[in-house]
Structure formats: C-alpha cells, structure tokens
Write a protein that binds this ligand. Sequence first.
Ligand code: ZN
Ligand code: ZN
Length: 542
Amino acid sequence: MTMTASRPPERSTRADRLAQPTTRDAVRAVAENHGACLRPIQLRRTNTDTGEIDQVLIPCRSTLADVCPPCAERAKQLRAAQCREGWHLDTEPIADLRPPDEVQAMWVEHRAQAQADRDHVAQAGQDTAELDGLIGELDQELKRSGLRGKADPSRPRPRRQRSTRRRQDTPDLPKRKISPHTIGKTYTAPDGKTFRPSMFITLTCPSYGRVTDDGTPVDPGSYDYQRAVRDALHFAALFDRFIQNLRRVLGHDVQYFATIEPQKRLAPHVHIAIRGTVSRAELRQIIAATYHQVWWPAINEVRFDGDHLPVWDEARSRYLDPATGELLTEWDDALDAIGPHDDPMHVARFGAKFDAQGVLAGSKDTGRCIGYLTKYLTKQLGDCHHAETDTQREHVDRLADALRYEPCSPTCANWLRYGIEPKNPRPGLVPGACKGKAHRRDHLGYAGRRVLVSRRWSGKTLADHRADRKAWLTDMLGLPATDPASYRWEQVQPADEDYMPPARRLLHSVADRLRWQNALTEARRRAQDALGDELSAVGRAA
Ligand SMILES: [Zn+2]
Ligand SMILES: [Zn+2]
C-alpha cells in the first residue's frame, strides 16, 4: 500500500468522497503495513498471585496469505530462519545424552516397583487391572518428566501384528552402518582454509506423458492421471524412503529441511536442504533405487456405484450389501487377503530428473535457495499455479476427477466402491464424497505437511525459534522474564462481558505491533552500541 499525503479538497464531490478509503479498510491496510495480525485472538490473562486481569491479543498464526497475510509472512520468515540455522551447523545440535535428573530417577524407581508387583500378581493368577492402571499413569509421569521413549516398549499391544502385510523390499544399494553424527564432511583447501559444503536438491515425480510449457499434457487422452494422483497421495512416504536410503549410503544421520510444492504440471516436487554433500552419481543411484510399495487391497473392480451403495447396519456397526445383506469385507481381512504372489496396489517412484547443487555457508546461494525453499509456503498447493486458460482448467478438472474415487487412506470412504469396508467405519460414508484433504482441489492429492524437517536439523522446534527471537529482545531491553506459572489464560468468548468485537481487536493488534516495532528498534540500537563498544575495546587493545 502507498500512503498519500493528500487532504480532501474543501468542497468535495460525491465521487471524491467515495474515492476515500473507508476507515475500516484503512485500519486493515495500516495493520498489514506494520505486520499486525488481521484476525487476532483475544485472551484473558489472570495473575494467579494478585488476581489482576489483562486482555491480551495474540496473533492468529495462520500460515496462509489468504487468511492473514502478516501472520503468513511471519511464519515463512520463521521457517527461513529455521532452515538457515540448521543448514551449515558445524557442531552437533543435540549434545550427548545426559543422565536422568532426580525427578526422572524417582519416577523410574516407582515404575520398576509397579512392574515387579504387577508381574508378581499376574503369576499368582490374580487380577492385574489396578496395577496396570497404575503403570499407565506412571508411564504418563515418565513422559511428562521429559524422558523420551517407553520404559517397556512391548507393553501396549493394541492389535495383533499382521504377518501378511508385506515389508518393503530392500533396495539395491550399498549399505553402510549408520553412525549417529549429523554434520557433513569438512574439506581443507591447499591454502589451509576449511569449508563444509551443504546441498540443495530438488526431486520430481516421473513423467505421466509429455507436457507443454503451460504444464498441460500434449495428449490428455494418454496422460497417466491415475499414476499421477497415486504418486501425489504417497509422495510423503516416498520422500521418507529416499531419506532412509540416503542415510544408508552416506553412512551418517543426514539431516534435512524440505518443502513440498507443485510443479506447473501440478505434480508435487520436493526441495531439500541437506547438511553435508552427496555426489551426483550416488544421488542418481539412490533415486533409481528408491520406491515406496503401497500394500493396500486391489481396486480393479467397481462393485458399488450410483444408487447401488453399501448401507450402514446400525446394530453391527458395519456396512453391508443392500442386495444380498452380506457384510462387506473388513479392512483388516482385505489386507490379510493380499497373497504372497500379489503385486502392491501401487509403487511410487521419483522421476530420473533431479537437480543438485553444493551450497557454501554464508554464500549468496544460501539466501537464494532459502528463497526457493520458502517461496510458496504461504499458499495452498492448489493456489501456487493459477489456472488461467481453458486447457489449464481442464487439466485441473481431470486431476480432480482422477482423485475423486481414489482411496486416500485406509479410512477413505472410497473403499466402499470396491466392496471393502474402510478401516474404523462409521455411518454416512459415501464413495466419491470422502472428506479427506487429499481429494480437494486446493491439495491436488498431497495432504501431508508442506515443510518436513528432521529432528536434529537445528535441534529446535519452531516454538524454540520463536522463543529465541523474543528472548533476544527482552534480553537486549533488560526486561524481566515473566513467569508463565503465575498466569491463567482463557480465550474470551463472544458472550463474555469483556469480549472485543473484531474491529476493536484489530485496533489493539495495530497498537501492540507498533509497540513491538519500537521495542525492536530500540533493541537493535542497543545491540549496535554493544558491538561498537566491543570493537573500540578491540581497537584499544591493539
Ligand atoms: Zn494473523
Ligand atoms: Zn479419501
């Protein structure tokens, strides 16, 4: 938005007056200009020591520019910061394991005692329900104390294991033992300088038929829409396989920051920042050997269509064939029926085409690549490339058609069409009308997360990165940290007396933002001053 310094003329015409923005629009524009959330949420904060009540407005934190442009932009910046921080790390982000603290040790001791008691009671043939309950609670306490994993991983066995669900075949790749380090190799140049290159890799889906420059098929009749949508549905799982294989070949716990976006032909592709490097030859070999087998029941035959659909039997909580009254095959039984000579329902692979480049810490390339990585994060997949021509619109339509009856998950309503009862069935399922995100036009078959970050990328979660920024600010300004334990927070509801309508919330949002920006300016000034002092101290010392 641009601001003009014009004042309305003394005697204005109706047209002049109408050309002025409404106050409401102006507030919105000013808010957007300052990066203030447009849909702030009102919370009531009660100081539990003093009983004092404040109204606090917090940003909506939407990641979509359609919903809240300032929040979406901030979310994107945070992702960029996360990406930058992990890419060229030269020390392991998560230090070696610490011994348990006293509280953790105490819970472990209780847990051990309970297990011994329980097994003793079980051996005597008595009822263990009470002790099992206690063990469950102690496991919760162990988790709450910050310990990861379980004391007895074999304990909860909710389902029987299915031996017929086949494992993924092992890819034909050199296999090294994976060492736990996550840092790439350091190289030393002849002049003694050391550098640690990282990489930017882009992987695509295979070809489904030739496409023109606008991303639409040359021959829509032979374009493999079914394969295209199945690859999109299982893209995240395929990416996972790739990372496993990459780690196996490189022999260390490779870390990544990846984003998934559509290409112009509307197939997903993935941009990956990895720490460390891999040669193009190795990469080509890994891509060729990477696939994901989908061991789902075959859907070659349409059994229910149009008005002839399975009906829900309330008493048995099952679907049955309305003509014969027979129950449909249950999901688990359908899986069991997959025999040793059957093929997987789908095998997802990457295309042979890929892009890979080395990126040095602090180089111009880093910023450019992070730009690529975060470019479309504020948009839904389906909104990244707008269909502008009829040909493009028809391409989107055909993709949506192909997705309509494709099962998106084990619980998808579409299984009914093929005579199989979806997992966890419930009434009201209609094939072709599954509510799963993957079927929607704004998702184009990919319903997973858009940003995939490995656990030891920066050793921090997004919330940690957000807290870093705040901590820096309060530190610079010398503000006391507030103790979260002494406050109670509640969301204010429209029926409450202190509820603020949206227009007033927006005004507060702008005011809060202005205050924050002033604080930021002040903190930056102080940081500069501190740096200046340091430099002049160095100058004096020299
Ligand atoms: Zn917002
Ligand atoms: Zn579905």
